[in-house]
Design a protein around this ligand. Structure first.
Ligand SMILES: Cc1cc2nc3c(=O)[nH]c(=O)nc-3n(C[C@H](O)[C@H](O)[C@H](O)COP(=O)(O)OP(=O)(O)OC[C@H]3O[C@@H](n4cnc5c(N)ncnc54)[C@H](O)[C@@H]3O)c2cc1C
Length: 237
């Protein structure tokens, strides 16, 4: 039975863009290792797109003394790997899957679909997909939050994906979560040291956080749509 990694989200935030994600083990002398050395993965990541399709890959490479080859490749953070995503529209892939729901495809079937989706991309991209561990292949819906307002509360506030979950297409979600945490911890320290009013400083944090993050969340959504729009040939991405 396939493992359920990402249960369906709130239908109000489904974007209609989906895709396949998987991981490739990187071991000394492997094809994946030589692809890293001869492509921009050397510097961290690859992004390639044509109208309606987007491929993204990044690497997580450890020193040999950090590797724990006995750990489960699927979950371990102590294994070297390349992580990739192929994005397209849900309707597009459903039609390719000949009526079969993409959620029911096996890992091998998902990898074959991913190859079909990017079959005109650089051969190294197809090789990467074929080197993937099928057990790590997952069908994923790409969702985005939307800007909202709320009444400030002295018990609850928000940071990171809990309030500005965004598509990964500007690579900013993790950074913004860290900035939120930093800003929030500073104002909470001020409450203790300077005896300022808690609700006032939380309100100020929330106003600044919305201004800082919501435009980036919107930009990430637009970028995903532009990368997966089959009619976007002439648009700048
Ligand atoms: C495919 C993909 C690619 C991405 N690429 C990038 C990228 O290149 N650059 C980038 O900056 N960001 C990227 N992101 C986004 C980034 O991963 C997130 O923005 C970031 O992890 C958000 O951090 P967070 O701490 O807010 O939430 P999370 O990392 O989701 O942390 C929340 C934690 O809370 C735990 N939790 C949930 N519910 C409970 C509960 N009830 N009790 C206890 N614990 C609970 C969860 O298990 C989790 O560990 C990507 C995301 C995806 C999905």
């Amino acid at each position: 039975m396939r493992r359920q990694f990402f249960p369906n989200h709130d239908p109000r935030i489904i974007t209609g863009v989906s895709g396949v994600v998987a991981k490739i083990p990187v071991t000394p002398g492997s094809e994946a290792e030589s692809i890293i050395q001869r492509t921009p993965l050397r510097d961290g990541m690859i992004m390639a797109a044509k109208p309606g399709r987007a491929f993204y890959a990044s690497r997580h490479i450890l020193r040999s003394d950090q590797e724990r080859l006995d750990e489960d490749f699927l979950w371990s953070n102590h294994r070297s790997y390349i992580y990739w995503v192929v994005n397209t529209s849900l309707a597009d892939v459903q039609s390719m899957a000949e009526g079969q729901s993409p959620y029911t495809l096996s890992g091998d079937q998902l990898l074959r679909h991913a190859c079909d989706l990017v079959n005109s991309f650089h051969p190294d991209i197809l090789t990467l997909i074929r080197q993937s561990d099928p057990a790590t292949a997952v069908w994923l819906d790409f969702n985005s939050g939307e800007p909202i307002e709320w009444e400030t509360d002295n018990q609850i506030t928000f940071l990171g994906d809990s309030i500005h979950g965004m598509t990964p297409f500007v690579g900013a979600g993790a950074l913004l979560a860290i900035v939120d945490g930093w800003k929030l911890s500073k104002i909470l320290a001020n409450v203790v040291h300077d005896k300022v009013n808690l609700i006032d400083v939380i309100k100020q944090y929330e106003v600044e956080m919305r201004e800082r993050t919501f435009p980036i969340m919107q930009r990430a959504l637009e970028r995903m749509y532009s990368l997966t729009d089959p009619n976007a040939a002439k648009k700048q991405i």
